[in-house]
Design a protein around this ligand. Structure first.
Ligand SMILES: [Zn+2]
Length: 461
């Protein structure tokens, strides 16, 4: 792993692209073809690095208006996606559950419906009552039945469903909880995914707090949350799947590929395709921490517009790597960003609050909720970014903190050689803000230690 990292060229300045959109495209094309040629090395590379470094550094530069035709086309009609009339067949009406209540463990999806006829009838009656007395607001359209995982979720109800990728021994099969809040009024479908990397915990809590505060009787549209996508990894405290693959390099997956391909395919087909918008929540990895920030392909006009709903969130342009959920979802016409908050293996309340506030702001911008209080300037802050790597191996000691404003040439930290006692300073290469950084640890030469963001105008404005 380390040899692989040492051999990699240091693309320090690729993201200057936000302000230098004409940065040479052939450079990236060459990088891409090299990557393809080194297929066998890709797995090693992906184990060695995470999306927070590789993904950002390998991004295509921002394009000028005339070059935008390559951006994936927006879907023209998604109105019917995931929305259907209640019906017959194998589907059943999902029970209406207050998500704030303590839940029994989810049950596997079996052929025998766990719900009694009486329960189902009650749900239907409640839905009918809700539909019978709509709010006297002419512009608001009535919500529709939302069908997910063979369940009909009535408008104005919330529920817990269970997704199983079907890759385990049937009798030992574990189900992954899927939370759904289906609004009384019509609107878009927002999906939230957490813990695709099983050791990234902040997103699990961001989804819980966001969804449990939603009132389906006041919501327009539908919110779907999968708090722990990589359940085996979560249980082992591991970023990866049990076969050591990174699930976030296998989307949209395939039904007959590797374990990771199959899990990715099942999630993508059964849940993700139902979404109009998706926020995939991550943290830094390999002992790095991130200021709450979005990774978004600003070359895609729909995605760029989507980032505008997220309160005062930092936004870093990144086209994304092949196989990432974000990349696959955008290709499928779903407006998608990655939300990065904090570091892995930890629950960080400050980062969680920032994430929840941003998602609340997003839902308001999308017309899904109305909140009483709006904080200040809701616009995000756009950043060019630059990773600064350690040039020596040793023990890293930082002099600055996450979020600090720094000047070009300022010492960010030292790498101390424990044997020779040499002290190697790491200096900032630009004026900006520390939007991501390594925690103090042993590093090898080439380790991406500091992520410096420089505020940039939104392209085209
Ligand atoms: Zn992650």
């Amino acid at each position: 792993m380390l040899f692989e990292r040492l051999q990699k060229p240091s693309h320090r300045t690729l993201l200057i692209a936000l302000v230098i959109p004409w940065l040479s495209a052939p450079l990236f094309a060459e990088t891409d073809s090299k990557e393809a040629g080194k297929k066998s090395e890709v797995l090693i590379a992906e184990l060695a690095e995470d999306e927070s470094v590789e993904d950002v550094e390998h991004s295509a530069p921002l394009q000028r208006d005339g070059q935008k035709e390559k951006a994936p086309k927006p879907k023209t009609s998604r109105g019917g996606a995931g929305v259907d009339t209640p019906s017959s067949a194998s589907r059943k009406v999902a029970p209406n559950i207050d998500l704030k209540e303590v839940a029994p463990p989810p049950e596997a999806q079996t052929s025998a419906p766990p719900e009694t006829d009486a329960d189902a009838a009650e749900s239907e009656v409640m839905a009918t009552e809700a539909l019978a007395e709509p709010e006297p607001q002419p512009e608001i359209r009535e919500g529709k039945v939302f069908t997910l995982l063979d369940n009909d979720v009535m408008p104005g109800t919330s529920t817990r469903l269970a997704w199983t990728p079907g890759i385990q021994i049937a009798g030992l099969s574990q189900t992954t909880p899927v939370l759904v809040v289906n609004g009384i009024n019509a609107g878009p479908t927002l999906c939230l995914t957490g813990a695709i990397h099983g050791d990234e915990l902040n997103g699990i809590e961001i989804i819980r707090q966001t969804m449990y505060d939603l009132n389906p009787e006041k919501l327009s549209g539908t919110v779907v949350g999968v708090p722990i996508v990589n359940l085996p990894g979560f249980q082992q405290g591991s970023r990866y799947l049990p076969d050591r693959r990174d699930l976030n390099r296998h989307f949209p997956g395939s039904p007959d590929g590797s374990l990771a391909d199959r899990i990715a395919h099942s999630l993508f087909e059964n849940v993700i395709r139902k979404c109009d918008m998706l926020v995939d929540i991550h943290t830094g990895s390999l002992k790095r921490t991130n200021l709450p920030q979005l990774r978004a392909d600003m070359n895609n006009p729909d995605v760029a517009e989507f980032t505008r709903g997220f309160d005062r969130m930092a936004v870093v342009h990144s086209t994304g790597s092949a196989g990432m959920l974000r990349t696959a979802a955008v290709e499928a016409g779903i407006r998608t960003v990655t939300l990065e908050a904090g570091e892995s293996h930890r629950i960080q309340q400050h980062q969680i609050s920032a994430g929840v506030n941003s998602l609340t702001s997003l839902m308001e911008r999308q017309g899904m909720i109305s909140r009483m209080f709006v904080w200040g300037d809701p616009e995000p802050v756009y950043y060019d970014s630059d990773w600064i790597r350690a040039d020596h191996g040793g023990i890293l000691f930082s002099e600055i903190e996450l979020g600090a404003n720094v000047s070009e040439g300022e010492i960010l930290g030292y790498v101390s050689d424990p044997i020779t006692n040499a002290q190697h300073p790491i200096r900032s290469t630009s004026d900006g803000r520390v939007i991501g950084m390594a925690v103090d640890q042993v590093v090898m030469a080439g380790f991406a230690a500091y992520h410096i963001g420089t505020e940039a105008e939104v392209p085209g404005e």
